[in-house]
Design a protein around this ligand. Sequence first.
Ligand SMILES: CC(C)(COP(=O)(O)OP(=O)(O)OC[C@H]1O[C@@H](n2cnc3c(N)ncnc32)[C@H](O)[C@@H]1OP(=O)(O)O)[C@@H](O)C(=O)NCCC(=O)NCCS
Length: 211
Amino acid sequence: MHATVSNATAVPVAFWSMFSLKVDEELSLVLAEDRHAGVMTDLIVRNQARLARWEPWAEHPATLEGTRTYIRAALEDFARGRQISTIMTITSGDEPRFIGRCGMRINPQLGHGDIGYWIDGDYESQGLTSRAARGLITATFDELRLNKVDLRTSVGNQRSRGLAERLGFTFEGILPRGLQFIHRADDVALYAVTAARWRELNAAAVTQTRR
Ligand SMILES: CC(C)(COP(=O)(O)OP(=O)(O)OC[C@H]1O[C@@H](n2cnc3c(N)ncnc32)[C@H](O)[C@@H]1OP(=O)(O)O)[C@@H](O)C(=O)NCCC(=O)NCCS
């Protein structure tokens, strides 16, 4: 079943969050739950074409069932300490709005994370993804005691690479044909930042509050 596309700018949400990380006065990261599947699907459908350029999963049309399956698997991983899948949420306006995703896959044995993100086209270039990523990375270093976070993106994804570099990630090299799309494989630029380096860079760390 294909989702209905919302006409609204991003996606307004009622009763939006029991579990969230407050990044700052405007932005929160809401843990994705089953009941968010509808609004998340709307958000993906709105952005499907631009996401499909860089994210292999987005080459397949979003469906409510597909999003639900993804959220359930992510919640199981969350319970095992293997993934944090959040929805970027603007909380400053009249009503909260879901505007994108920011998540981390975790290897608890190695103490490593791997961050990923995307944002609604209307909210690009406002520094929101940078703030979301900074908040999530700080929380995982501080609370989960990870020792390193990686970031992988297609070599041609200059926006994502610029974001990684501005956050303080170090370029570690190229993984040839590391990202498989339906009709192509992209070389992947691998970035990483250690906990020690992150603390140096963010001496005045983001304040986090739990709701
Ligand atoms: C890559 C992507 C997540 C970047 O999101 P974004 O919210 O635009 O990123 P940010 O705004 O934090 O930073 C990017 C730009 O905003 C600018 N910016 C504007 N205001 C800013 C602020 N207050 N603080 C920081 N940066 C700001 C930055 O300088 C940067 O500009 P540039 O890209 O022209 O150099 C987004 O373009 C996207 O969703 N792309 C499609 C999917 C994708 O590529 N996902 C990543 C796969 S790894």
